[in-house]
Ligand binder design. Sequence first.
Ligand code: PLP
Length: 400
Amino acid sequence: MSTDTIPSSAETIDLFKQYVIPNYTRYPLALERGEGSYVWDAEGKRYLDFFPGWGCNLLGHCPEPVVRAVQEQVATLIHVPNTWHTHAQGLWAKMLSERSFGGQAFFCNSGTEANEAAIKLARLHTPKERYKIITFEGGFHGRTLGATAATAQPKYHEGLGPLMAGFTYAPYGDADAVARLIDKETAAILVEPIQGEGGVKIATDGFLRDLRRLADENGLLLMFDEVQTGCGRTGKWFAYQRAGVTPDVMTLAKALCGGVAGGALLTTKEIAPSLRPGMHAATFGGNPIAARAGIAAIEMVESQNLLENVDLIATVFRARLEALRDECEIVRDLRIAGVMIGIELAVEGAPIVKACMERGLLINCTQGVVIRLLPAMNLTGAQVHEGCDILCDAIRAARP
Ligand SMILES: *Cc1c(COP(=O)(O)O)cnc(C)c1O
């Protein structure tokens, strides 16, 4: 479409006002197309995107190998149910297994679904009396009701009760509190190795090791929610590999299929049979389009050395943001794990998000005061500087 045939943002917003349930707070803009780390709105304005696809577009917008795989697949076979085998799903599972802890995969369509599968698996795999799952304050696991109950943030529970029974919450980082919560009914511990929505809080390796030990001593499953941290985000395939602590169960989604919807649960060959026939399913899970996209995403990361590139661009981000912190007292803390970046401020972040958007940079703010960046792995050093120039100006200008 050429620009003059594209409906304006105002026209699109009007459609939403009439026909779309207003359960999201949306920016007053319609996005039209994207390429790499740039995205264009309906008026033709270009933005540098440091938060592409809310963490889903880890390879940038419209990564060419993913586009090609999807285009080819969509003309061959769009969907078949899981009563059949497809080679793509099997190969995708093998590739994920070989890059993680060598287990087996269940495929679904989103992060919350992957976590629902993990919750069921924890209950199915452990003895009948065990059903409780320990999760962490400030965590985020999704919006379906099981995952909502797992999400220990009161604001997401308001008005929804009674919630699913069996979740108990510990402060993030406090292994002693976890030890005190464990009883004869505890089945599992579910944790993000880095809390994303909670403000980019990075668990210490020691904390994750303590959780591993507590799980082993008490016969619990250790389950890592890597929906946001997985698939290369931190410069390793999975964040657990940074800490050297291997979970029994890992959930993935967001960037898993290079921007196409897809989710997965990985677990060991010993635990996997507990998710037995008839106990769980997802109609679209592991469909050929998601599978081909997922395979293409893995191949792209490897053929373009993007895990190495994450370390390079993280170094540039760190240099820029540490300099900002040293000069600007409203920067309270800086937390960087690969291309997962949190800048905790002493002031509200929303006006900074707005100021950046006006100057052509897209970022996010979580927990009110944490600027969150989840840029693409294939960002260039020059683009890091281009965005940091705008971001640093906006933060400096926010000083009271
Ligand atoms: C985004 C997210 C989810 C939920 O994923 P959806 O695909 O939106 O259901 C779950 N866990 C974590 C850690 C996330 O960041």
